[in-house]
Design a protein around this ligand. Structure first.
Ligand SMILES: NC(=O)C1=CN([C@@H]2O[C@H](COP(=O)(O)OP(=O)(O)OC[C@H]3O[C@@H](n4cnc5c(N)ncnc54)[C@H](O)[C@@H]3O)[C@@H](O)[C@H]2O)C=CC1
Ligand SMILES: O=C(O)C(=O)Cc1ccc(O)cc1
Length: 355
């Protein structure tokens, strides 16, 4: 049912979808208004460049551009007859659907969508074929959407390893305000405080603050758009977060620290409600090895060479390094079957390895 696809917007999300589809043998044609992004996505093996006049419509076209340009890009794609079915990936749905309808897009062949996998990085260089593995993928068909189009986009989400979830657009926007958009603003607020910290404070940054502020590294231009398109629902959540924080500060100021206990209890209970926390099904199945690396030229090169010598492919790497400290920690993601072999080989060649 999905044998060919067009992806408009070869950035993080579009290229990740293209890579995932390619793994299932789907023929993918890509386009982007930025020729450098298109070239990089093609070089990464995500697909071929979409010709000016394709010979035949693809089974599905994915519009993977920033929310405010989705309606025009969708209109253009439909006008060119690029596919039989269209979907988008924008993080907000109500405003995009409203503008698409106002612009005269065909709503029968359009299934508004939103994959709940992403990263705090942009562009095709950050794309990963497994970005959507085990994640939800919201589908928000309107009353005018053709049911067979929904089937096609359901299949597309499944080919990317995601769990499709049908939800109406207003409920979607309220939900993502709570689980994605407000958390992004709160993360940014905490990260912004770090501008006040001196070098000593930042050298003391541990994993907690890194986890809490990771998403604050996202593209501010994209996030201004996302928050602005979902303004009401996001503001409602932020007001309640602000009220909790004000009450916590007041309790601390009045020397009654027990007053923050209720917030901490509710926080723990809320965290426990996130699905998949205990299960394997939402986490990508890589094992992570932490390796201590000296802060000196060539250290990472030697580490990767040692992994290559052990015959282990490093799937991903993350480096935690506190400026001013002579050491850092490289977290190497590898397939679980290779974890023990790599740990042994690195330890034997003198690296300090922690599993
Ligand atoms: N970043 C994330 O983690 C997630 C983002 N999204 C949504 O995915 C969409 C794309 O975001 P990213 O891939 O992160 O951004 P990105 O910046 O990595 O990629 C966007 C690409 O669209 C291209 N583009 C912009 N206007 C265009 C146009 N009119 N025609 C053709 N190409 C155009 C840009 O040149 C860029 O290469 C957004 O709507 C965002 O809300 C959805 C889930 C997660
Ligand atoms: O970085 C992460 O972990 C994310 O969850 C990113 C993300 C950003 C925007 C979305 O619309 C959906 C997901």
């Amino acid at each position: 049912m999905v044998e060919s696809a067009v992806v408009v917007g070869a950035g993080l999300i579009g290229t990740s979808i293209a890579l995932a589809l390619g793994r299932h043998g789907v023929d993918v044609a890509l386009s982007d208004r930025d020729p450098a992004a298109l070239r990089l996505a093609c070089d990464l093996g995500a697909g071929r460049a979409l010709p000016e006049a394709p010979a035949a419509p693809a089974d599905v076209a994915v519009i993977a551009v920033p929310p405010s340009v989705v309606p025009a890009a969708l209109y253009d794609a439909q006008d060119r007859g690029l596919a039989h079915v269209y979907t988008d990936v924008a993080s907000v749905k109500t405003s995009v659907i409203t503008w698409a309808e106002a612009l005269g897009c065909d709503l029968a062949s359009y299934v508004p969508g939103h994959p709940m996998g992403g990263r705090e990085k942009q562009g095709p260089g950050a794309a990963r074929a497994d970005l959507f593995l085990g994640r939800s993928w919201a589908l928000c068909p309107t009353a005018k959407t053709d049911p067979t189009a929904v089937e096609t986009v359901t299949r597309l989400a499944e080919l990317c390893g995601a769990d499709p979830l049908l939800v109406d657009e207003a409920a979607h926007d309220r939900a993502v305000a709570l689980v994605s958009h407000a958390p992004h603003a709160v993360s940014a607020a905490v990260a912004a405080r770090l501008l006040d910290g001196d070098a000593t404070a930042l050298a003391l940054a541990g994993q907690g603050v890194r986890d809490m502020t990771r998403i604050a590294g996202g593209d501010p231009d994209l996030w201004v758009e996302i928050l602005g398109h979902n303004a009401g629902p996001v503001a409602a959540v932020l007001e309640r977060v602000a009220a909790d924080l004000s009450a916590a500060a007041a309790a601390l100021r009045s020397a009654s620290p027990g007053g923050v206990g209720d917030l901490l209890e509710r926080g723990r209970a809320g965290h426990a409600r996130i699905p998949g926390k205990h299960g394997a099904h939402r986490t990508p199945d890589y094992a992570v090895l932490s390796v201590v690396i000296p802060d000196e030229p060539g250290a990472l090169g030697r580490l990767f060479a040692a992994a290559a010598e052990a015959g282990v492919n490093v799937e991903d790497v993350r480096i935690d390094h506190s400026p001013g400290l002579p050491l850092g920690v490289a977290q190497l993601s590898v397939v679980p079957a290779a974890q023990e072999r790599l740990a042994r080989a690195l330890t034997e060649s003198g690296w300090s390895v922690h599993t």
